[in-house]
Write a protein that binds this ligand. Structure first.
Ligand SMILES: [Fe+2]
Ligand SMILES: [Fe+2]
Length: 466
C-alpha cells in the first residue's frame, strides 16, 4: 500500500473498527440479564454507557466522513484528521475489548476448589423436610464419593464421571434427626434437621465479598455465631449481593469458602442480588448458588419456594428494582400464593426492597420504591403474606403496612449506606451504620424476630401471630 492509500484507508478502517467494537460490546452487555436494571437505576453506569455509545457513533461518522471527503481535503487537514482518528481509535478499540474481558470474567479464571456447603432444595422428601444438596467445586475434574446418613444408616454415593462442580442430593430426611456426611476421606460434618412446626432461621444480606470496603471480619464473626451449635439455627438465608462483582469467580470462591463456616452444617439458600448478576455474573449464580438440581419444582433457578410443614418461603428475583420481575415470575408468585392455605405462614424473600427509608444515591432515591411497591405489595396484602425480607439497602429496618411486616437486613458486611434523608411512613425502627442479621423464630402460630448485631446482641425485636 503506498502512502496515499495508507493515509486514506488506515485511519478510516481503524475508526470504523473501533465503532464496531464498541457496538458489539454494548449489544453484548445489554443481552445480559442484569444490564437493563443497571442502566435504569445506576446513574453513573448509565452515563458511562451513554458516553461510550456517543463515542462509537462519533468514530463511525468521522471514519466514514474522512473516507468520503478525503479527495477534497487539504494536505494539512488530512494530517490533522488522520492523527485524530488514529488517536481516538486506540481507546475505541482497547476500552470495549478490555471491558468485555473484565466483565465476562475472563481475567478471574475458574472458581477453583471450594469447601462443602449444604444447599436447601425446593423439593420435600417423604417426611416433609426439604432435600439438601451437598455441593463443592474442584479446580480439576475429579471423581468423588459421599457417605452420609444417620449413625444407624449410612449411604454411599459415587460420582460416575469426573466433574468440577459436585452436587450430591440427600433426600427423604427425617425431622429432628442428626445426620453426618463426609466427602472422600475428608472432614466429617454434622447437621440436624428441623421439625416441621418450629424453625429458627438466620437471614442476612449484602456481604459484598471482594468489594474491598466490606467488613469480612464481621461477616465471618456473624457466620460463626450462626454456626455455633448452641444457637440452634436450622437454616440460613442470604438475600443477595453476596459478591461485589458476580462475574468474578475468585469472589465466589472467597465467599463460599467463608460462608461454608456455616453452610457446611447449617443448610443455606441464596437469593439473587444485582451485584451477583452484574454483567456475566448470572451464570456463576446459577451454577454455584442455585443449580438446577435444587430447583426441580419451580423450574426456575431465580425464583423458588421452600416448604416446611405449614411454613412457606417464596424466594423472588428482585434485583435492582422491578426489571427482573417478569410476567412469568408474577404468574408463578400469584399461583403459589393462591395455592398456599390462608392460615399457613407465607414469607417472601428477595434482594430488592419495597418500603424503606434511605437517601438519594447515584441520581436515584433509595427508599420507598414505587416500582416494586405497585406491582407486588397488593399481592402480599391480598393473599395474607406475613413477612417480607429484603436487602439491597445497606441498613436494618422494620416496617409495617396494611398487615404485612417488612424487614430490611442488608447489613451482613457491605459498606453502610448514607444516613437516611427520608423516613418511610411505614417505618417502625431504623438502624444505620450497624452490621447484623435477623434471627427468625417460628413456633406454630407465633413468629419472633430478633435483629442482632455482629456480636449477637439484640438490637430490636417484634413478635407477630397468625
Ligand atoms: Fe448491596
Ligand atoms: Fe443490591
Amino acid at each position: 500500500m503506498n502512502t496515499f492509500k495508507a493515509k486514506k484507508f488506515v485511519p478510516s478502517i481503524l475508526a470504523i473498527l473501533a465503532a464496531i467494537c464498541i457496538t458489539i460490546f454494548i449489544i453484548w452487555a445489554f443481552s445480559l440479564h442484569g444490564t437493563g436494571g443497571l442502566f435504569h437505576v445506576n446513574g453513573l453506569f448509565r452515563l458511562l454507557f451513554q458516553i461510550l455509545g456517543c463515542f462509537g457513533i462519533a468514530l463511525a461518522i468521522m471514519g466514514t466522513g474522512y473516507l468520503l471527503f478525503y479527495s477534497r481535503l487539504k494536505r494539512s487537514a488530512i494530517n490533522i484528521l488522520a492523527a485524530l482518528l488514529i488517536t481516538c481509535s486506540v481507546p475505541g478499540l482497547l476500552v470495549p475489548t478490555f471491558a468485555y474481558l473484565y466483565t465476562s470474567g475472563s481475567f478471574s479464571g475458574g472458581i477453583g476448589d471450594t469447601s462443602p456447603q449444604l444447599l436447601i432444595s425446593d423439593k420435600c422428601g417423604c417426611y416433609g423436610i426439604p432435600d439438601l444438596a451437598l455441593t463443592f467445586n474442584s479446580a480439576q475434574a475429579s471423581y468423588n464419593t459421599l457417605v452420609w446418613g444417620t449413625a444407624e444408616n449410612l449411604v454411599t454415593i459415587r460420582e460416575d464421571k469426573a466433574l468440577r462442580q459436585h452436587i450430591f442430593i440427600m433426600s427423604d430426611l427425617e425431622p429432628l434427626t442428626n445426620y453426618s456426611y463426609r466427602v472422600n476421606d475428608g472432614i466429617v460434618y454434622n447437621f440436624t434437621t428441623p421439625s416441621d412446626t418450629s424453625l429458627r432461621i438466620a437471614i442476612g444480606s449484602d456481604a459484598h465479598f471482594g468489594a474491598g470496603d466490606n467488613r469480612m471480619d464481621l461477616t465471618t464473626a456473624m457466620l460463626q455465631i450462626i454456626a455455633e451449635p448452641n444457637n440452634k439455627f436450622d437454616y440460613m438465608f442470604m438475600l443477595g449481593d453476596l459478591i461485589e462483582y458476580g462475574f468474578n469467580a475468585n469472589q465466589w470462591a472467597e465467599a463460599f469458602n467463608t460462608v461454608s463456616l456455616t453452610s457446611s452444617s447449617i443448610p443455606i439458600r441464596y437469593a439473587l442480588g444485582n451485584h451477583d448478576s452484574i454483567f456475566a455474573g448470572l451464570n456463576n449464580y446459577k451454577n454455584f448458588a442455585s443449580p438446577k438440581e435444587i430447583n426441580t419444582v419451580s423450574g426456575s433457578q431465580l425464583w423458588y419456594r421452600i416448604d416446611i410443614g405449614s411454613i412457606h418461603f417464596l424466594f423472588l428475583d428482585i434485583e435492582w428494582s422491578a426489571e427482573s420481575y417478569t410476567a412469568a415470575q408474577a404468574a408463578w408468585l400469584e399461583s403459589q400464593l393462591q395455592e398456599i392455605p390462608r392460615n399457613d405462614w407465607k414469607i417472601v424473600l428477595g434482594h430488592g426492597y419495597y418500603f424503606s427509608s434511605g437517601a438519594t444515591q447515584t441520581c436515584r432515591d433509595w427508599f420507598d420504591n414505587l416500582e416494586t411497591i405497585t406491582p407486588l405489595t397488593p399481592l402480599f396484602e391480598k393473599y395474607g403474606v406475613d413477612l417480607v425480607f429484603s436487602g439491597h439497602n445497606h441498613h436494618m429496618e422494620l416496617l409495617q403496612n396494611n398487615g404485612v411486616t417488612y424487614v430490611i437486613c442488608g447489613a451482613f458486611g457491605g459498606a453502610h449506606d448514607h444516613i437516611r434523608t427520608y423516613t418511610s411512613p411505614t417505618s417502625l425502627w431504623y438502624q444505620q451504620a450497624q452490621y447484623g442479621f435477623v434471627d427468625v423464630n417460628i413456633d406454630s402460630h407465633q413468629c419472633s424476630l430478633f435483629f442482632r448485631d455482629s456480636d449477637n446482641l439484640i438490637l430490636n425485636t417484634i413478635t407477630i401471630w397468625k
